[in-house]
Every structure is written in C-alpha cells, then in structure tokens.
Design a protein around this ligand. Structure first.
Ligand SMILES: Nc1ncnc2c1ncn2[C@@H]1O[C@H](COP(=O)(O)OP(=O)(O)O)[C@@H](O)[C@H]1O
Ligand SMILES: [Mg+2]
Length: 281
C-alpha cells in the first residue's frame, strides 16, 4: 500500500463544515448549514430528508458539481476547493460517477455508446470489457444495446444510466433520487443492483432519496433537515424507519399504483393530503 493511493483511506468522501448559501439579503437561503459528514469507502449510504432540506445541494457539492459558500469537501484526501476548474473536471470524469433522477442520457447515442461514453472521454476506449459485459447482463440490457434512449422505457433508461456510472468503476457513485421516476418494480431492481455493486464488487455509493423503502437498501442513512444533519441510522429497514421516534407521524402510502410498497406518497401515486408527508422531494 502507498500513502498516495486514494483507495487506502477508509473515507471515500467527506464534507467538513459545509455551508451553502443561495441568494443574499431577503432572498438568502441557507441550503447547507455547517454540515460535517463522512462517507465510508465500500459502503452504500443514503441521504434522506424533506423536500428542500439540502439533499441535492449536499450531493452536488460533494461531487464537485457545485461549490460551497464556506467549508470543505474532500474526495479521499483531496480538497476539491483546492483544485483548478480543469483539474476538477478531470476528477469528476476519472473518479466519480453520477446518476440523475432524469437519467441524463445523450439522445443521439445508443445505450452501449451512452454506457461507454465516460470511459471514451477519459481515453479508456471500452474500459474493462469483462466488467462492462457483466454489468450489461446484470442490468438486463443485452438486447437493448443498439437502441437510443427514446426507444427505451424509463426503467431501461435508468438502467443505462446506472450501468454508465458503474462501468468505469469510479471511486464513488453519487445518485440523486435514482428511482424517483420508476415504478416500484423497476426501482427495486435498480436498488438491488446498486446494493450488489457495493457488497459484491466493493463499489461506494451515496444516494439521495426521500423514500424509506429505497433507503432500506443502504447500509446507513443520514437524515438532513433545514440544511443540517439531524439523525443517522445504520442497517436501516423501512420498518425501523417507521418506528423511529423522529418519523413516527409519517404513514405508509395508500396509493394504488405503488400498491403500498412505498411507505410514503410515492411518485406514482397522488400526494397524500397530510402536510406531514415530508419525505416527498
Ligand atoms: N440554484 C438555487 N438557487 C436558489 N435556491 C436554491 C437553489 N438550489 C436549491 N435552492 C434552495 O436550497 C434549498 C435546498 O434545496 P435542495 O438541495 O434542492 O433540497 P432537496 O434536494 O433536499 O429537495 C431549498 O430551499 C431550495 O429552494
Ligand atoms: Mg433534491
């Protein structure tokens, strides 16, 4: 082992006193208020919290997609704020994967071209072919590789996005509501695959979700409210979430489309009337 190799650190990413303020004066919004949190290497961490609590802001800042007002974010030992724009772009390209709620695939490229694009940009051509093949089979896209995004269902498009993030075996993958636009079955397949990637292949994943059943696939849940971390849960289950005192007023979704598989108002079902249905995003 060498001290310069990022994978030797137990912490894959870290925020220290991370503060993000949007706007100024009367319109000022403190989206993150002195957040300090570690994300362990080889672990699947979920970030949960009400809509507007700062989940996406935290994820974007840690992934170097946005900058902090004050504080620091580290990828391994590297302080992202110390990097030039050019170096930061390189780090994002070579060391990070990002899965967006809205897939963000390139419409003119086929599924396969989308999956291998980050590796092509990094100059690695097809990457590790055996690994890419394994991912394609695991996410069940073999018969869809020559299709363009418009010829794929939402679930298939998100599987392409997940495969794209995993293909280059980045040090850490950030996912913002990756199953938010999927039905519960397609969502469960993606979540199960991401969990497998962590536990069998040592991938590190940090996932934002407002859905306790999605969070239950993770190893640890960090709860955000009003831009600060208010709670944490290890080895979460949706059941434990509902019996936790801070969430006791929440109720399972009674919508018809998710068939109650989502403990809150899922994206497929109409919002519940309760104003305390805070875990929507
Ligand atoms: N670009 C922006 N400009 C101004 N305010 C923003 C911007 N992005 C987010 N915010 C505000 O910051 C807070 C946190 O937002 P966000 O991180 O998107 O929350 P979440 O992902 O938990 O729903 C919210 O009050 C939101 O309105
Ligand atoms: Mg968000």
């Amino acid at each position: 082992m060498t001290t310069t190799s990022p994978p030797t650190t137990a912490v894959a990413a870290r925020a220290v006193d991370a503060t993000k303020i949007y706007g100024e004066g009367e319109t000022e919004v403190r989206a993150l208020d002195s957040v300090t949190v570690d994300f362990e290497r080889g672990a699947y961490t979920a970030i949960m919290g009400p809509s507007g609590s700062g989940k996406s802001t935290l994820l974007h800042c840690i992934a170097g997609l946005d900058t902090l007002t004050s504080g620091h974010v580290f990828l391994g030992d590297v302080d992202l704020s110390s990097l030039s724009e050019k170096k930061l772009t390189q780090v994002r390209r070579d060391r990070l994967g990002f899965i967006f709620q809205t897939y963000n695939l390139i419409p003119t490229l086929t599924a396969m071209e989308n999956i291998t694009l980050p590796m092509a940009l990094a100059g690695h051509d097809g990457g590790n072919k055996e690994w890419v093949d394994r991912i394609i089979d695991t996410v069940n896209l073999r018969s869809r590789l020559t299709h363009r995004p418009s010829e794929l269902s939402g679930g298939q498009q998100q599987r392409v996005a997940v495969a794209r993030a995993l293909a280059s075996q980045p040090e850490i993958i950030f996912a913002d509501e990756p199953t938010g636009n999927l039905d519960s079955r397609a969502g469960a397949e993606i979540l199960e695959f991401m969990r497998q990637a962590v536990h069998e292949f040592g991938q590190t994943i940090v996932m934002v979700t407002h859905d306790p059943s999605a969070a239950s696939y993770s190893d640890r849940v960090v709860f955000l409210a009003d831009g600060t971390i208010v709670d944490e849960m290890h080895e979460p289950t949706a059941d434990r979430y509902w019996t936790s005192s801070s969430n006791s007023e929440a109720e399972p979704c009674s919508g018809s489309r998710c068939e109650g598989s989502s403990p809150i108002s899922c994206d497929s079902c109409s919002p519940r009337s309760r104003s305390s249905s805070v875990f929507r995003s």
